[in-house]
Design a protein around this ligand. Structure first.
Ligand code: LRH
Ligand code: MN
Length: 386
């Protein structure tokens, strides 16, 4: 394997969601697990374990107020001591009673002001943590036709976004996330990539789109959206996960590893794998029944495997077959890469990085799983509650 492929794999940067280490569930049940973090510091410590054993997960995204602290600069220093950095700051305008009919799109200007103030607070927090990204996902929408004006809500959304945009620092950006449905079931105010893209175009260069792989209608060709937004310079980040039906937030690559490969193929083909491309590769997952740290390690490994396969695509042969209109030939080039077992390559790359070739086994033997269960007794386990 070429040194370039190994270097690209060593240089991969995956951002972990702090909330994946806390308890999460569905409307039916949230299953608590022993050893779950109680504080943002403990979440960061768990994320640092994932980086320790994989070497490619040096960033942790925060969610406010789930990760609210008095001193964000101190929290960033704490993370740095553990060898990781604070990544994107996620705003939360979806858990307050005031937001029943919307946050920034709410008919009530008092509620809109309250939501905008929270978004501005997240910009300030990003300043304090040294984060570039402020990630905005709005649960805003309606459940019944006629409930509110679709157009008026877009006006309110645009106004709020430009207010936040104007507050951004030189090196900061807004990441706007879309979602087809849930918690609203008739309209979502940012339902698809086109709506997010249009708002980001109107805002300016410091506004880009987040593709959450669980936020599309079944059968959506996500890699087309990736290729299109990359070409426009408007792909800012991914929220990677996988699903069988809806926004299941399962481990990335678990439900559809071929889709993840096709997505990474578009990334590699556009030269967007390297951090210099500005595309953030974040995970956005919930481990409702499985142990959380091993699940994050496995998720990172799934991204590595899809990336390694995409890096193995013989682009010269693919290009020649495509130009020749050789449909089967071109498809075969891609399938050859996808059907290559890259686990031995990744094991070697980990050894080159001074890591154990089997991160899951190494973590299981590390003693950390037992340590957190014995130490983290009492207190309130972290979850989706504030
Ligand atoms: C919404 C979402 C968003 C986060 C939340 C945790 O479904 O994907 O990215 O804020 O999950
Ligand atoms: Mn998401």
């Amino acid at each position: 394997m070429t040194d370039a492929i190994r270097a690209a794999l060593r240089g991969q940067r995956i951002e972990l969601p702090s909330w994946a280490f806390g308890n999460s569930g569905t409307r039916f049940k949230v299953f608590a697990q022993p050893g779950v973090p109680r504080t943002p510091e403990e979440k960061i410590a768990d994320a640092a374990q994932v980086h320790k054993f994989t070497g490619v997960a040096p960033l942790v995204s925060l969610h406010i107020p789930w990760d609210k602290v008095d001193d964000y600069a101190k929290l960033a220093a704490y993370a740095a001591d553990l060898g990781v950095r604070i990544g994107g700051i996620n705003a939360n305008v979806f858990q307050d009673d005031d937001y029943k009919l919307g946050s920034v799109t709410n008919p009530d200007p008092r509620v809109r002001r309250k939501a905008i103030d929270h978004l501005l607070e997240c910009v300030d927090i990003a300043q304090a943590t040294g984060s570039r990204d402020v990630k905005l996902w709005f649960s805003d929408g309606t459940n019944y036709p006629g409930q509110d004006s679709i157009r008026a809500r877009q006006d309110r959304l645009a106004e709020a976004l430009s207010t936040v945009y104007d507050r951004l620092g030189e090196n900061q950006r807004i990441l706007l996330e879309y979602k087809l449905f849930e918690p609203a079931f008739y309209t979502m105010d940012v339902p698809d990539w086109g709506t997010a893209y249009a708002h980001c175009l109107r805002l300016g260069t410091k506004a880009q789109v987040v593709i959450d792989t669980g936020h599309h209608a079944p059968g959506t060709n996500i890699e087309f959206i990736v290729a299109f937004l990359l070409r426009e310079g408007k792909l800012g980040a991914f929220d990677l996960n996988s699903r069988f039906y809806a926004d299941d937030d399962l481990m990335v690559g678990a439900a559809d590893p071929f889709q993840l490969f096709r997505i990474m193929h578009e990334i590699v083909s556009a030269g967007a794998l390297d951090a210099s491309s500005g595309v953030s590769f974040m995970l956005d997952q919930c481990h409702t029944i499985e142990p959380k740290i091993p699940a994050q390690i496995r998720s990172v490994m799934n991204v590595q495997e899809a990336t390694a396969k995409a890096l193995l695509v013989d682009h010269a042969a693919l290009d020649a077959a495509q130009r020749a209109g050789d449909v089967l030939g071109a498809n075969a080039v891609l399938m050859d890469a996808y059907n290559t077992d890259v686990r031995p390559l990744l094991a070697e790359v980990r050894e080159e990085m001074g890591l154990n070739p089997d991160p899951v086994a190494a973590y299981a033997r590390s003693g950390y799983p037992q340590k957190i269960v014995s130490e983290r007794v009492g207190g309130k386990q972290a979850g989706w509650g504030a």
